[in-house]
Design a protein around this ligand. Sequence first.
Ligand SMILES: *Cc1c(COP(=O)(O)O)cnc(C)c1O
Ligand code: SF4
Length: 352
Amino acid sequence: MTWKSQLADSVVTPEQLAERFGIDPEPLRAVAARYPLRITPHYLGLIETPGDPIWRQCVPDLRELAIDDLPEDSLNESSFSPVPALVHRYPDRALLLVSGQCAGYCRFCTRKNRVGTRAMAFSAAQIDAGLDYIASTPGIRDVILTGGDPLLLDDPRLTEILTRLQSIAHVEMVRIGSRVPVTLPQRITPQLCRLLARFQPLYLNTHFNHPRELVDASIAACARLADAGIPLGNQTVLMRGVNDDPEVMITLCRGLLKARVRPYYLHHLDQARGTAHFRVPVERGLEIIAAMRGRVSGLGIPQYVVDPPGGQGKVPLLPENLLQVGETLKVRTAGGMVELPNRTPLRDVSSA
Ligand SMILES: *Cc1c(COP(=O)(O)O)cnc(C)c1O
Ligand code: SF4
């Protein structure tokens, strides 16, 4: 089956979930109407029981609609967007949002308010404007293709964008952020790997969150990329009931190293509306990292980071940077002190 037919076979309605798992679709309708639902046949097949760590990441949950006082644009990306499809927050790096679609819509996504909706369906002209901005900004050395998922573009469109970037002398490297190796491994075709190999140096950061996602098809997809000479990294989001456990994280990171994927970041959950039920206190994240030291190769220990609201950029969460931990968190950063909520009181939680 081709990746496009796999994608077309995805679950996109609560009724399809009800049919498969015998659950009541009614409560999920409002959630799926607010935030898009898509689960590929591959990812659906990883669910063992309702409520398990795979399920939690992809099945709509009523708590997404809880009134949580969290902002929609938690990272204040709009103030760093000189043109709509581009985020330029660090002088030397820029994000280009080349695709508004993902192979699966993650319930914990920071950009859940926009992915899979018209708000992120940028036109070719808007992406060109982003490319023009990069071309006219000599400080940008590193371009990160993101979205949405860049690997949902077809090969010709991906080639066009990468060719344009390659023609810009000051762009020294390109990174692609993609969850496709996890959710739609069929997309990593030999042809795609040959295409990407033409645009070195090109790094791919993928997004495994749980060891049960490291199944044969995904490991093989990573192997094809690594064999093509694409260095692979992984960004994990720390989430309650998914991977907030040292043993789970150790198994995940060991598995990633075996698959030739270097654990890069462990992200503390962003303060985005509709994700509060995934929140883990920072103390737990620090405990998990501490438990990994001595039990996982240093190469396999990700950097635990937080992206505080306001948009000053990612800050490493190290015990020595934390001035106060509790209801709020005070973190020492290069740009001064940052304060952020560490627990999110949920009002109006209508399901457990
Ligand atoms: C995370 C991020 C980057 C890349 O940061 P690295 O730490 O270099 O991986 C670039 N731009 C923005 C806006 C980001 O959020
Ligand atoms: S694949 Fe990435 S961008 Fe898409 S929904 Fe998941 S976390 Fe968000």
